[in-house]
Write a protein that binds this ligand. Structure first.
Ligand code: GTP
Ligand code: SPV
Ligand code: MN
Length: 592
């Protein structure tokens, strides 16, 4: 498909190491995709679902020990440890290449190596970047065909250039002990072995569009962030754009596709989804920050998605979708997950593929007893989303009015607050914390610091990453305002006290009103807080006392947090910019 000697010699080298039986180029055609789906169904790798109810939809199960990203086995291999920093796992590059070579040698014997040329961003646009992923998994090919822009047009856009990200993936033996997700930022190279799960193997996503891209962004003066992008259109037909960074499984897909509460819909408000997971940001000629979504599909969390929480996501998954690790309803050959409806299938296989008895479900042992794995996912075509933004394919992206940080905090963080300025906003991002979720392997529900929702995704030293945020602030003449939200405050019994989902629109309206200087706010120790009267609660079953509680800063828990922030800054180490410590001191003083 190409004469590009850089591409050819690299593929030759990888093939000599992995020894596939044959090499197949993915051209992006529907005919080839269909052949691959048939082949995957013939071997049991995928199951074709009910064509009438779920046209062109498939089910796949990963290995039981391979259901989430593995942060402990993810490495940033810069020449020095200092460049990768203390938050990332690091091994010296030549040592790591040696280890990987052993694992990849002969790993594709008896298999086909697929060559996937893909573009992150609209093919050929100024902001797009090209990758080539070599993989021995048809599941990976079919997911990449949905998640990225793939095929001959990409290889044509690359021409003779050496400027592409090299990605090598092999499922090998799916051996957990030898699972590696490795990035060599200086070599534009990603290597992933012994996994078949989404974020570990769809190399365009977290590996390229966040880890490698964040490294490139620092070098080239732009930013790669773990952010959704949404457009909020008012009744006058003006659309303002918001980017929001929440950690994995903390509500990005839901917010990006929200349906406004009824009275706003009647007034003419609409929300448009530009992206649900990743934003590439750069300064536009007009001095504002502009955002593009480099992806072409959604790799979304299935559990909890339903007709009320996220009707747009559900509609998106009704065709052309690959479901991973959900529950298989054998009566009608469809899929189900916890939180879809109150009607679990009686004749079904769970995410492991075993007969499933829904009456044994125990919410304290979800992984053991649920029909769908808590991190089960759908891979769906962005353009199938009913609220996909008309700007989805825009080559310039969209101008950003507000950046929003947020996480799962049972107490400390209020419903919403605004930072004082860009530097303080960067600080607010740096001290983000959230309860861990099933999106990564390990304990769930433990509060950990997750700066900018990027803890697992920064491709270099976290201190330098904060410095890059500060530097960007200096070159954006008209920067977005920075906010923090928390949809997850709970009462003493652990129930969420904010309704969330579509009602989060009420908070977005306050945020945009602040951006346009249309509403006053009160200054607090942590930033500007809304007056309760300025958050619209009409039609909600929320008492004045609860709203006050949602907007209260509990100084004692903030003081306790300061201690934890200091420990975290110490862990990040001596590259933490002085400005962050100035902000920390100022916060401590304001708390008294
Ligand atoms: P990744 O794809 O892992 O990056 O996750 P995400 O940030 O896109 O999270 P997603 O929108 O898929 O939501 C994850 C979980 O949070 C789902 O179970 C949702 O039902 C739940 N959730 C999302 N928004 C809200 C909200 O406003 N309130 C509450 N209580 N739960 C929410
Ligand atoms: C996340 O974990 O933030 C995801 C899913 O979006 S994965 O692609 O697996 O990283
Ligand atoms: Mn994500």
């Amino acid at each position: 498909m190409t004469n590009n000697k850089h591409v050819i010699s690299w593929i030759d080298e990888m093939a000599a190491m992995t020894c596939p039986d044959k090499i197949v180029w993915i051209d992006g055609s529907e005919a080839q995709a269909e052949e691959l789906r048939k082949e995957a169904c013939s071997t049991g790798e995928m199951i074709k679902l009910n064509e009438e109810l779920l046209p062109n939809c498939y089910l796949h199960r990963t290995a039981v020990n391979d259901v989430a990203r593995v942060e402990g086995r993810t490495f940033i291999c810069t020449p020095t440890k200092e460049e990768a920093g203390n938050i990332n796992n690091w091994v010296e590059p030549s040592e790591m290449y040696g280890r990987l070579k052993k694992l990849f040698t002969g790993s594709m014997k008896g298999k086909t190596m697929y060559v996937i040329p893909y573009s992150m961003g609209v093919v050929g646009s100024d902001f797009a970047k090209i990758g080539i992923e070599l993989t021995d998994s048809i599941y990976v090919v079919l997911n990449m065909l949905i998640m990225t822009r793939v095929g001959k047009k990409v290889i044509d856009a690359l021409g003779d250039s050496p400027d592409f990200i090299k990605g090598l993936h092999s499922k090998a033996d799916l051996d957990e002990e030898n699972r590696y997700i490795v990035h060599f930022p200086q070599d534009n190279t990603i290597m992933s072995v012994n996994s078949g799960y989404g974020g570990n193997v769809l190399l365009g996503k977290k590996c390229f569009a966040l880890r490698i891209a964040s490294y490139l962004g620092r070098k080239e003066g732009w930013m790669a962030e773990h952010m959704l992008i949404l457009g909020l259109e008012n009744p006058e037909g003006e659309t303002k754009y918001i980017c929001a960074a929440f950690p994995s499984a903390c509500g990005k897909t839901n917010l990006a596709m929200l349906i406004p509460p009824e009275h706003y819909r009647k007034m003419g408000y609409k929300v448009w989804c530009v992206g649900d997971d990743i934003a590439w940001l750069r300064v536009g000629k007009d001095g504002r920050l502009w955002a593009v979504n480099p992806e072409n599909g959604f790799f979304g969390v299935a559990p909890g998605t339903n007709e009320h929480s996220n009707p747009n996501a559900l509609a998106t998954t009704r065709r052309d979708t690959i479901f991973t690790n959900v529950c298989h309803n054998l009566d009608n050959n469809t899929v189900w997950w916890e939180g879809l409806d109150n009607n679990p299938p009686k004749n079904a296989l769970n995410w492991r593929g075993e007969p499933w008895d829904y009456t044994k479900y125990d919410k304290n042992d979800k992984v053991g007893t649920s029909g769908a794995h808590p991190n089960s996912r759908f891979t769906a075509v962005a353009k199938n989303c009913p609220c996909i933004s008309p700007e989805f394919d825009s080559v310039t992206g969209v101008p950003v009015s507000a950046i929003v940080f947020g996480g799962r905090r049972a107490r400390t963080a209020p419903l919403v607050y605004q930072s004082f300025n860009w530097q303080h906003g960067t600080f607010v991002g740096s001290i983000m914390a959230s309860e861990t979720t099933a999106a990564a392997s390990g304990a769930v529900g433990v509060v950990r610091r997750d700066p900018m929702a990027m803890r697992p995704f920064v491709g270099y030293n976290m201190g330098d990453y904060w410095k890059h945020w500060l530097d960007m602030g200096k070159v954006i003449p008209n920067p977005p305002k920075i906010f923090h939200v928390n949809w997850f405050r709970t009462d003493d019994k652990g129930n969420f006290i904010w309704p969330g989902f579509g009602d989060n629109m009420r908070v977005l309206l306050w945020i945009l009103a602040r951006c346009e200087n249309k509403v006053e706010a009160r200054e607090s120790a942590i930033g500007y807080l809304p007056y309760a009267k300025d958050i619209d609660t009409s039609g909600l079953d929320i008492s004045d006392a609860t709203l006050e509680d949602l907007l209260t800063v509990d100084k004692e828990s903030w003081k306790a947090d300061i201690k934890n922030i200091k420990e975290f800054y110490a862990l990040v180490g001596d590259r933490v910019p002085g400005e962050m410590y100035e902000e920390l001191d100022a916060l401590e003083k304001r708390l008294g």
